[in-house]
Each structure stands twice: as C-alpha cells, then as structure tokens.
Write a protein that binds this ligand. Structure first.
Ligand code: AMP
Length: 397
C-alpha cells in the first residue's frame, strides 16, 4: 500500500472520497456543523500544495430515488470554498460527460466538487460499473471518508480496484485507523471502555468484543437498565429491551470468566416523564418505582466511574450516560467527560467515539483535553465490534 506522501501529485487529478455529510439549517441551508469538512482539509490542501488538482466526491443525506434539491452538495459549496479559501467548481452530475470534461480541464490547485454520489442507486448497491465511471474522473484515488468506511459502496470501496497502484488513505482516514488500532491492540493497561446510549441492541456486539480486550467496562445510559433488570432490579418505566436480558446475563457471566469488571450505575436520576420539565429525583438504579424512569446516572455512580477512569491508562468512550441533550439529565455525561479529560491531562490515552459522545465532549468544552475525537460513528463502532471495514480493506489490498 502506498501512502499519500509517496505519490507525486504534480499535474495529477486526485479523486478524494470525503464524508461531507454535514447537517444543514432547514430554513437557510447553511452548514450547522462544518467539522467533517474541516477534518478533510489537510488531505485536500496537501494535494493542492503538491501540484495536484482535486475532485471531491461525497454522499449527502439519504436521497431515496434520484436527485433531490435538499440533498444536493451544491448547498455546501459556499462553505467548502470558504474553508479552502478558494472558489470551488461544481459538477451537477457525478458521472456524466460534462463532469469528465470539467475534470479534464481542471488546473493544478483547482477543486471540482461532484454532485451527491447517492443520487445514483448504484452507489449504495456497490455497482462496479458505476465505480468504473467514477474512476474515469482522476489519475489516483484517496479515501478520506472514515465515516463511510464501513459501507461497501461504489465510491468508498469498489472504485479502489481501478487504481491498483494509485490508491491511498487520506490523512484523516490514516489518523482514525491508527488511533482506533492503538486502543484495540496496543493500548496501555488498564483499559476502560465506557459504553452508553439508548439501546443495548446497538451496542451488544461492541461490548461482546471488548470482553476479551478491556479491563473495565462502564455501562451507562438507557442500555444500563436492561442489564439492571437482568440482575433482578426494579427499573420502573426506564427504557428496556426485555428480549436482550439473556444476552446481558451472558455478558455478565463472560466478563467474570475473563476477569473484566463491568460497572453499572448504582444510582440514577429518575423522572416521571421524558421531558425537561419532568419531576426529578434520585434513587438506586435497581429500585426505580413504577411510573418513573432513569434518565441519567446518579452522583454515586459518577463518583465510582470517576475513580475507575482516574486509574485507567487507555479509555474508549462511546455513547452518553443519560439524556444529556436535556439539562436536568446532562450531569452524568458531563461528569464522565470531565473525568476523561482529567485522566487525559494525567497521561491517559482517550479515544472518543463519534456521534453523541463527540457531541457531548464539544458541548462541555473538552475537545482540546482528550486525545482523539473520531469523526466516524458507525464506522468506529464496527471497528470495535471486530469487523473489517470494506473502505479500509479496499485500500490495503
Ligand atoms: P446512541 O445513539 O445509542 O449512542 O444513543 C444516544 C441517545 O441515547 C441520546 O440521544 C440520549 O438521549 C439517549 N439516552 C441516553 N440515556 C438514556 C436513558 N436513560 N433513557 C433514554 N434515552 C437515553
């Protein structure tokens, strides 16, 4: 596998697969969070700075059946131009002859943005013919879309086969893989994984895989209540996936066998309804009265989790400890974010999974006090579930 530093971009057209799937303001169509675009800038600027021209290729939202204005990448051109400090060109279809003509006439230092690849159903079908059409647009292929690396789509995976000697990872993709790999295989011990979020079913595979890697697994958020019920607790009206109780028990058993300590929240912040104006009180997580639901971890849990984190040398965090979007239930997630930042300041390596945990770290202002914040939600999760990411394999093989 060659790296981006091995390739001579002078006079070449580089197709860069980026993940510019950014949120837009519904009324103004302004980009609400440009993090994903910023994350790809080092790769784009490197190619431009080394005499190449860039063709940017991305998906945007989930169009159902062909082009839809709300999912056009045209919406984000001003933002891309502003961040790159140059006016970018736009191809209103990603594989038509006009796009090829535009790409051919690109000069070194220029950027062409292709329209949403998902306007063709062939993209998500992983069509090799569609990938071949995309490949005609450039001399080499760089994949910098870690957030889409778990999808075997035409522009993330199949396209790489058309550049056997000129396919490489972008800087973002490389950093994501290196940091995730470090935690999974090479992290200093003790290694603590904090897994939260709404549902057990979304996180079962990652917890199972971590049972042979982690020393401690802290389980918080809504998913903790299925575990607590499995252990015979009363969880009132808390979120629960009854059908997952046997899996939770199996996890607890396997953790004992493997010497992994599972930490569940001893106490909870409970509410009489799922609302910011609900009545709120505290109680033990296994004694939640009927009519009440656990929406955050309580003070005792925060203290226990903080102690575990302060002794950890490697931390992986995926998923909030409670409904942190609502003020009355944000304290648990905030206290975990504080503990992760403080451990990091003392030399611990901390990797924050994308999605809600990244949002929480930003919300509480700790983005500069953790080791790495991943841009990939689903992709990172699948990596830690032990799965191979098709977008990564396609570059490596
Ligand atoms: P996930 O996408 O699986 O990481 O879940 C994140 C969502 O879980 C956030 O929107 C939280 O509001 C929600 N969540 C966290 N704790 C709870 C809880 N105790 N009950 C219900 N939802 C929760």
């Amino acid at each position: 596998m060659i790296t981006i530093n091995d390739y001579d971009f002078k006079g070449k057209k580089a197709i860069i697969r980026v993940d510019f799937n950014v949120p837009l303001d519904k009324l103004t169509s302004n980009v609400l969070d440009d993090k994903r675009i910023r994350a790809a800038l080092p790769t784009i600027k490197y190619v431009l700075g080394n005499g190449g021209a860039v063709i940017l290729m991305s998906h945007f939202g989930r169009p159902k059946n062909g082009p839809e204005q709300q999912y056009s990448l045209k919406n984000i051109l001003p933002c891309i131009s502003e961040l790159l400090e140059l006016t970018v060109q736009f191809a209103s279809d990603c594989i038509c002859d006009e796009a090829i003509r535009q790409s051919k006439s690109l000069q070194p230092g220029e950027v062409l943005v292709l329209e949403n690849v998902r306007f063709y159903k062939e993209e998500t079908e992983g069509s090799i013919e569609f990938a071949q059409k995309l490949s005609r647009l450039g001399d080499c292929f760089i994949n910098d879309a870690f957030g889409a690396a778990h999808r075997a789509h035409a522009s993330t995976t199949q396209i790489a086969s058309f550049f056997p000697a000129a396919k490489m990872m972008g800087f973002l993709m490389k950093a994501e893989i290196e940091n995730a790999h470090k935690v999974l295989t090479n992290g200093k011990k003790p290694f603590t994984a904090i897994i939260g979020g709404a549902k057990v079913s979304d996180k079962i595979l990652i917890v199972e895989n971590l049972l042979s890697i982690a020393d401690h697994i802290i389980i918080g958020g809504g998913m903790a209540y299925t575990f607590i019920k499995a252990l015979g607790g009363n969880i009132g009206n808390s979120i629960c996936e009854v059908e997952r109780i046997p899996t939770c028990l199996a996890i607890i058993e396997k953790a004992k066998l493997n010497g992994v300590e599972i930490h569940l929240p001893l106490d909870s912040v409970i509410a009489d309804e799922f609302s910011p104006t609900a009545k709120v009180t505290n109680c033990l997580s296994n004694q939640i009265p009927d009519g009440w639901m656990g929406l955050d971890i309580g003070e005792k849990s925060c203290l226990e989790f903080q102690q575990v984190l302060s002794k950890s040398m490697t931390i992986l965090w995926n998923g909030p400890m409670g409904v942190f979007e609502l003020e009355p239930f944000s304290e648990g997630t905030k206290s975990i974010a504080t503990a992760v930042a403080s451990a990091t300041n003392n030399g611990t390596f901390s990797l924050i999974g994308g999605g809600d945990s990244a949002a929480a770290i930003l919300k509480f202002g700790f983005e500069d006090e953790v080791s790495y914040i991943s841009t990939g939600g689903g992709a990172l999760l699948e990596y830690f579930e032990g799965k191979e990411l098709p977008g990564v394999i396609a570059i490596q093989n």
